[in-house]
Structures are given as structure tokens and as C-alpha cells.
Design a protein. Structure first.
Length: 152
């Protein structure tokens, strides 16, 4: 085992774990940042999406050892008061059903709008389609991304 210095939500952490430990488990089991969810564990569902250097990334398949120079943001660090434009739009549209996929959806949407503040409907659909929602809230997810983009 070795120690890895990680920057998460603006703080530095010494991760004393095996290098191949997925970031998801370090976040949840060691730091208690349980907003990031486990869905499939094989980078297929998006429930575990965080930002790595501002881009959406699937933390279930990211080994801690690969992240020592990265700036990681989780849903807990997206905004101080839960008032990121995407979070506000989510609230306004009342997107969530069970909520399980939602942190991953919001992180994917926030990364999209950071890169492309005014995406077309096709760009929104193409980006969001890889985040699975077992409740089928896809229409409201896309509506909320559009609403957030209109507020930027
Ligand atoms: S849990 Fe990571 S993509 Fe599904
Ligand atoms: S809201 Fe239930 S899985 Fe998406």
C-alpha cells in the first residue's frame, strides 16, 4: 500500500490505499462522500460521475494512483449551497424520481455546460444519453439541462 495525495473539492487528502482502488470507493468508504453512487462498476451507467480537471469522469474505474495531479470535484463540491445553475434547474423542473442516478446526471450536465454553455438539443441528448436512469426521467433531465443553459 502507498499514500496518494488527492485534491478533492478543494481540499488535499492523503489516500492510504492500494493504488488500484477505484476513486469511487475512496470517496464513499474513506471520505463519506456518498453522493457519488455505485451503479454498474464498469463505466456503463454514469451513477458514479465526478469531475476530473473539469471533465466528467466515471469514478468506478479510475484508480486512485492515476489521480495525484488531478483536481477532483464531487457533487458535494459542485457548489457551496447546492445552488449551481444545474442544481437550480433540476429543482425547478423537479427532475428526480428515486434519485439514485441524479448526482451523476447533474455532474455530467455541469461538465457539458462548462465546456459548451449553450448546447443544442441534440448535443444535450448525445451527452446525457450515456447516463442511465432506471426511472426513465430522461425527458425532464434534458429539459433541466436546457433550462440551466438558458440561465448561463
Ligand atoms: S458505477 Fe460507474 S459508470 Fe456505473
Ligand atoms: S431518478 Fe431513479 S434512477 Fe434516475
Amino acid at each position: 500500500m502507498a499514500s496518494y495525495t488527492l485534491s478533492i473539492n478543494g481540499k488535499q487528502y492523503e489516500a492510504d490505499v492500494a493504488g488500484d482502488t477505484p476513486l469511487l470507493w475512496y470517496l464513499r468508504d474513506h471520505l463519506g462522500l456518498v453522493g457519488t453512487k455505485y451503479g454498474c462498476g464498469i463505466a456503463q451507467c454514469g451513477a458514479c460521475t465526478v469531475h476530473v480537471n473539469g471533465a466528467a469522469a466515471r469514478s468506478c474505474t479510475l484508480p486512485v494512483s492515476s489521480l495525484t495531479k488531478a483536481k477532483i470535484t464531487t457533487i458535494e463540491g459542485l457548489s457551496e449551497k447546492g445552488d449551481h445553475p444545474v442544481q437550480q434547474a433540476w429543482d425547478e423542473v423537479d427532475v428526480a424520481q428515486c434519485g439514485y442516478c441524479q448526482a451523476g446526471q447533474i455532474m455530467t450536465a455541469a461538465a457539458l455546460l462548462q465546456k459548451n454553455p449553450h448546447p443544442s438539443e441534440t448535443e444535450i441528448a448525445n451527452t446525457m444519453h450515456a447516463n442511465i436512469c432506471r426511472c426513465g426521467a430522461y425527458h425532464r433531465i434534458r429539459e433541466a439541462v436546457k433550462l440551466a443553459s438558458n440561465k448561463l
